[in-house]
Design a protein around this ligand. Structure first.
Ligand SMILES: [Zn+2]
Length: 393
């Protein structure tokens, strides 16, 4: 506890208890029922705690922490809030408890990163994306993406390691594993733009998600005090920006010149963007006709490429937090207790993070089933390039 600041604690503790319970997906009644017998309480008591009408004892608070799967100090510690957190809502798909859990985990991860940085004396990069570059609503996503590429000195080439480039440019990233359909989110913590990414996805999708979140940041969608804009158009703009950031327009046009599917796959591997995304964009931009686009979709579906595209994309890593944990363990000689205390996340979760970061290597997703398709050898699946100048009848 912080006896030095009882006022802050009095307002913060009730809110934190509610936040943790909601994130754990428990009703007040369910929480009360799950308390250990020696600390039994009724659900009106829980309600009273969460309204600030009474304080739990330290032991009761400890039991709540266990019940809600948070570190006890999480209730009382000072931490930076994630402001303007924006993630895509899949309408009814995201349950309230899942949403609350996502927000809590994002806050915990961001705070852990900030604290370990402080411990290690690591300064976040103050690149142009930290706060300098913000576009207004009149700027098109393509123009904004070109401008960002220019500023970062990227020309029109591929961005090999997007997360690292963004870190240099002033956007911090942390991995966030979620059981729900959220691919990523952007928010502002302590005045720094943050990106939260689920890495357990196909690598091309992860890259597009990261670039999408940059779109939210540079268009100021996460800025404090901004009136929440309409979901649909804001999401479209972020995707459009992201797609252009990963693959500039002229390179997209080039990819479709020559009508070779192989060229598309090579562009995919070079730039780290899915063939589907390229077809979608080329059609939107009028670079290919509706008819050709429809034929390409059909051909891809027939070959099973809508589910499993050919071409490999390199994994992104968002492991700054995990790297700091390693430095503390191996260079500073800290033990897990010290690390979990500094990070504010239980050690089991930190260990899982580290383990996951270690395992993630190589390329995203299995190499496509092209070999098998090829061996099966019938004409439908022989890997014939699906570009055709005439409809097949
Ligand atoms: Zn979004």
């Amino acid at each position: 506890m912080h006896p030095d600041n009882p006022k802050r604690l009095a307002t913060q503790l009730p809110a934190r208890m509610r936040e943790a319970r909601t994130a754990a997906g428990l009703s007040m009644r369910a929480a009360a029922e799950r308390m250990p017998p020696e600390l039994a309480v009724t659900h009106p008591t829980i309600s009273k705690w969460e309204r600030g009408g009474a304080l739990p004892s330290l032991r009761q608070l400890g039991a709540l922490a266990t019940l809600y799967n948070v570190h006890p100090q999480w209730f009382t510690e000072e931490r930076a809030e994630v402001l303007g957190l924006r993630h895509r809502k899949f309408k009814s798909k995201v349950r309230k408890a899942d949403d609350a859990a996502f927000r809590r985990d994002a806050g915990l991860a961001a705070n852990a990163l900030l604290r370990l940085r402080k411990v290690l004396g690591v300064k976040p990069s103050a690149g142009p994306l930290a706060d300098e570059i913000r576009f207004d609503d009149d700027t098109t996503p393509a123009v904004a993406a070109t401008k960002v590429r220019e500023l970062l000195g990227l020309g029109t080439g591929p961005i090999y390691n997007l997360v690292a480039v963004l870190a240099d440019a002033g956007i911090s990233s942390v991995e966030l594993e979620t059981s729900l359909g959220i691919d990523g989110a952007a928010g502002v913590v302590n005045g720094h733009p943050f990106m939260f990414v689920a890495l357990d996805r196909p690598a091309d999708r992860v890259r597009l998600t990261c670039a999408h979140e940059v779109g939210h940041i540079v268009f100021g969608d996460c800025d404090d005090g901004r009136v929440p804009s309409e979901e649909g158009p804001t999401e479209d703009r972020a995707f459009d920006f992201g797609s252009h950031l990963i693959l500039p327009h002229e390179r997209l046009v080039e990819a479709f010149r020559g009508r070779s599917f192989l060229k598309l796959v090579k562009t995919k591997e070079e730039f780290g963007i899915s063939v589907s995304a390229m077809i979608y964009r080329a059609r939107e931009a009028g670079e290919i006709s509706e008819t050709l686009a429809a034929r390409l979709w059909k051909d891809m579906a027939r070959r099973g490429w809508r589910r499993d595209e050919p071409g490999n994309v390199r994994w992104e890593r968002a492991d700054e937090l995990e790297s700091h944990i390693e430095v503390l363990l191996h260079e500073s000689g800290w033990d897990w207790e010290q690390i979990e205390h500094a990070a504010g996340i239980p050690r089991e979760q930190l260990q899982i993070r580290l383990d996951r970061a270690m395992r993630r290597s190589g390329f995203g997703g299995p190499p496509t089933g092209s070999e098998e398709d090829y061996l099966e050898g019938d004409e439908e699946r022989s890997g014939v390039i699906p570009f055709r100048s005439q409809p097949d009848r």
